[in-house]
Design a protein around this ligand. Structure first.
Ligand code: PLP
Length: 351
């Protein structure tokens, strides 16, 4: 592969000296720490949080690497996946000059982040089967295209994107970075692209603790890529982007992959049950196959169903105005109880 990270990164960032935090200069744990203007007495809380946390979250990455099948140096942790999405745009895209390619219908943050950064967006819709329109994507690439975002399993459609198609994009786009958002990978049987990172230096994989791990409130997202790219992301992030409480909680509980496995199994079972019950409703026209913890469902009259559910304090996501999602609602898979409450209202709507 002829990919060269230096030609993708904005030149001024390559030359920039990052903020050097007090703890960059001495990484030992023992000592008299009078370098960071912390409060040496303690904290206003029962537990002490008076010391700045590890800026690079080494302890988490040490434990996470074997779980994900990569090296600790290939991991970036962010304030949700939102942070690496924003950082990769800021790292590579010159505002008003460069552009990114997104493949709607897809996750909204790629467009939001690009727009905030005044970076142009090329939209190449998925085909009607929600797979990549490879020819159109390759044709859209111009000399200013820096990033292509692919979400698999895709949100809001729920399907996996064909691996061969993703590989075709990776192999034919070596002037920039292909971002593969695997937020829902835990719910599918599809292997992650993480173990292939050494083979594909132009790939960045996104995963998150918000879904299968059940930690949405902590705001912890992961990016995986070649070491040099991770180093560059570290260079431009806020120094202490993951707080100490989150780091402590994660170090103590990251071995609990049993919880992840069990909730995935339960939610996938609940999804199958919900799918079966929804398919029996006359108002439901189509349920798209899902490899994630949600279902995209086409109704005869989605907006009316959505409003009726809201009246009954049951909230789903209205995607009916989204391209290729006419009359569709996106329904997260709940507990058995939550799903039967939803089904109760949907049946009473029909009656
Ligand atoms: C939920 C989701 C994420 C995760 O976002 P966080 O900021 O990590 O909570 C990322 N990508 C997609 C496509 C998602 O649906």
């Amino acid at each position: 592969m002829k990919f060269d990270i230096h030609s993708v990164v904005r030149p001024h960032i390559l030359n920039l000296a990052p903020y050097s935090s007090a703890r960059d200069e001495y990484t030992g744990k023992e000592g008299v720490f009078l370098d960071a203007n912390e409060n040496p007495i303690g904290s206003a809380t029962p537990e002490n949080w008076n010391r700045y946390p590890d800026p690079y979250q080494f302890a988490i990455k040490e434990k996470l690497a074997p779980i994900k099948g990569c090296r600790p140096t290939q991991i970036f942790l962010g304030n949700g996946s939102d942070e690496p999405i924003d950082l990769i745009i800021r790292l590579t895209c010159e505002p008003k000059v460069d552009n990114i390619i997104i493949l709607p219908p897809t996750y909204g943050m790629y467009e939001v982040s690009a727009s905030v950064n005044n970076v142009a967006i090329q939209k190449i819709p998925l085909k009607s089967d929600y797979q990549l329109n490879i020819d159109a994507i390759l044709e859209a690439i111009n000399s200013k295209t820096k990033l292509i975002f692919i979400c698999s399993p895709n949100n809001p459609t729920g399907n996996l994107i064909n691996r061969e198609a993703i590989l075709q994009i990776i192999e034919n786009f070596q002037q920039g970075i292909v971002i593969i958002d695997e937020a829902y990978n835990d719910f599918s049987d599809e292997p992650s692209f993480i173990p292939s990172l050494d083979e594909y230096p132009n790939v960045m994989v996104l995963q998150t603790f918000s879904k299968a791990w059940g930690l949405a409130s902590l705001r912890l997202g992961m990016a995986f890529a070649q070491e040099e790219l991770i180093t560059l992301l570290n260079k431009i992030k806020y120094p202490y982007n993951i707080n100490g409480l989150t780091q402590k909680l994660l170090i103590e509980n990251i071995d609990n992959t049993d919880f992840v496995k069990k909730s995935v199994a339960t939610l996938n079972e609940n999804r199958a049950q919900l799918e079966k019950e929804l398919s029996e409703l006359p108002n439901v026209e189509h349920i798209y196959p899902s490899d994630a913890n949600f279902l995209l469902v086409r109704f005869k009259e989605a907006k009316a169903v959505f409003d009726y559910l809201i009246e009954n304090k049951t909230i789903v996501r209205d995607r009916s105005k989204v391209i290729l999602c006419d009359n569709c609602l996106r329904i997260s898979v709940g507990t058995k109880d939550e799903n039967s409450i939803l089904m109760g209202y949907l049946r009473s709507y029909e009656a």
